[in-house]
Design a protein around this ligand. Structure first.
Ligand code: MG
Length: 161
C-alpha cells in the first residue's frame, strides 16, 4: 500500500462556471484556471500521482498546453487512473476536504462521490468528500478562492492468474 497527498487552490471570479468534484454547482461565481479549474479533482489527481511517485498534475497536463484549455477535469482524473493502472496500482480509498466559505457544498457531496467513483472505476464508498469553511479567515474565508486537500491510498493489483 502507498499513500499520497494533494493540495490545490483556485481563484473565484465572476463569469465562470463552478465545477467541484466533477459536478457543476449553480453559483454566482466560478473558479479561474486553464482547465475547468475543478480544484477538488486537481487535489485528488495530485494525491494519486503522489502515491505512485508519478510527479504532479502540472507535469502531466501543463497549463501552457492548448490541449488542456477548458478541459473537463474528469478527463484528467481518468488519465491519472490509467497511469496508475499501467504501473500496477488500483485505488484503495481517497479522502478530499474542500475549503469554501460559500456556497454550501453538503447537498452536492453525494453527486460528487458518484462522479469521482465513476471516473476512477471504484465504488462511491471508496471516495470520501468533506466540506469545510475557514471561519471567514484567510483567502478562502474572504471568498477569494477555494482550496482542496486530498489523500489517496493505492494498492498493488493482485497478479492475474
Ligand atoms: Mg489546479
Amino acid at each position: 500500500m502507498r499513500v499520497g497527498l494533494g493540495f490545490d487552490v483556485h481563484r473565484l471570479v465572476e463569469g465562470r462556471a463552478l465545477w467541484l468534484g466533477g459536478v457543476n454547482i449553480p453559483w454566482e461565481r466560478g473558479l479561474l484556471g486553464h482547465s475547468d479549474a475543478d480544484v477538488a479533482i486537481h487535489a485528488l489527481c495530485d494525491a494519486l500521482l503522489g502515491a505512485a511517485a508519478l510527479r504532479d498534475i502540472g507535469y502531466h497536463f501543463p497549463d501552457t498546453d492548448p490541449r488542456y484549455k477548458g478541459i473537463d477535469s474528469r478527463l484528467l482524473l481518468r488519465h491519472v487512473m490509467r497511469l496508475l493502472d499501467e504501473q500496477g496500482y488500483r485505488l484503495g480509498n481517497c479522502d478530499i476536504t474542500i475549503c469554501a466559505e460559500q456556497p454550501k457544498l453538503n447537498p452536492h457531496i453525494p453527486a460528487m462521490q458518484r462522479e469521482l467513483a465513476d471516473c476512477m472505476g471504484c465504488e462511491p464508498g471508496q471516495v470520501s468528500i468533506k466540506a469545510t469553511t475557514t471561519e471567514k479567515l484567510g483567502y478562502t474565508g474572504r471568498g477569494e478562492g477555494i482550496a482542496a486537500h486530498a489523500v489517496a491510498l493505492i494498492e498493488t493489483k493482485p497478479v492475474e492468474p
